[in-house]
Design a protein around this ligand. Structure first.
Ligand SMILES: [Mg+2]
Length: 231
């Protein structure tokens, strides 16, 4: 019987892509990059390529989060031929300040959380984000009251899929592995991590990405989750 539901935050409940795009669109307009004959879609595709590869470097330990936050914009602006130090600083600072204030959630999030709350499941967050940033997102979107505990990699000192973060979360929540499930969109960090730590796993896979991992269950729409947990 499941009693504790641990959720990932980014891309699982908080619509990271939509919130990020909205923020970058605002900054792009304020920086008047269109006047320099750059289109927003081009800016986005350059940024996305650079950002993704920097996150890979970060996971390998080749770059720190602070470096990543600056370098992704510096490189984007350089590649587009519009680099200025002040512009790099503007994007770096304003992106970090504004994006956590965005309120777009993955469709079905509120309905799912309300249903699980009515059924008296204990809900918690396990996230690889920065503590202050993740708390801002939870407060701003009104999600905070649903969760008894928020465990961030920042505070634990390791990222998912390290089993230490799952075991720390279980201890803080006073939960048993066998009555706990991890819900997340990242196959390695959330799902394989949770499996190795002995929790059940619900893989949120909205794009139906193929894979060959054994998971407790998989779902593509957040609305489907309560039915899968409650049965
Ligand atoms: Mg995620």
């Amino acid at each position: 019987m499941i009693k504790h539901v641990f959720f990932d935050l980014d891309h699982t409940l908080w619509d990271f892509d939509k919130n990020s795009r909205e923020t970058l669109n605002e900054l792009f307009e304020e920086a008047k990059l269109e006047e320099q004959h750059i289109r927003f879609n081009d800016f986005m595709s350059v940024y996305k390529g650079i950002n993704d590869s920097l996150w890979d470097d970060y996971r390998k330990g080749n770059v720190t989060k602070d470096e990543l936050r600056v370098v992704r914009f510096g490189k984007t602006l350089k590649q587009l031929g519009v680099y200025e130090k002040s512009l790099e600083a503007f994007f770096t600072e304003e992106y970090i300040r504004r994006s956590p204030l965005k309120e777009n959630l993955i469709p079905g999030t509120l309905k799912t959380l309300r249903t699980l709350q009515e059924k008296e499941y204990n809900m918690h967050i396990i996230t690889n984000g920065f503590r202050e940033v993740q708390y801002t997102k939870l407060t701003k979107t009104g999600l905070s009251p649903f969760f008894k505990n928020v465990i961030t990699s920042d505070e634990v000192g390791v990222n998912k899929p390290d089993r230490k973060i799952f075991h720390t979360a279980l201890r803080i929540a006073n939960a048993k592995q066998t009555s706990s499930i991890m819900i997340g969109d990242h196959l390695l960090a959330d799902i394989i991590g949770a499996r190795q730590a002995g929790l059940k796993q619900g893989y949120f896979n909205p794009m139906n990405k193929p894979h060959s991992e054994k998971v407790t269950f998989e779902f593509a729409l957040m609305d489907e989750l309560p039915r899968l947990i409650i049965r």
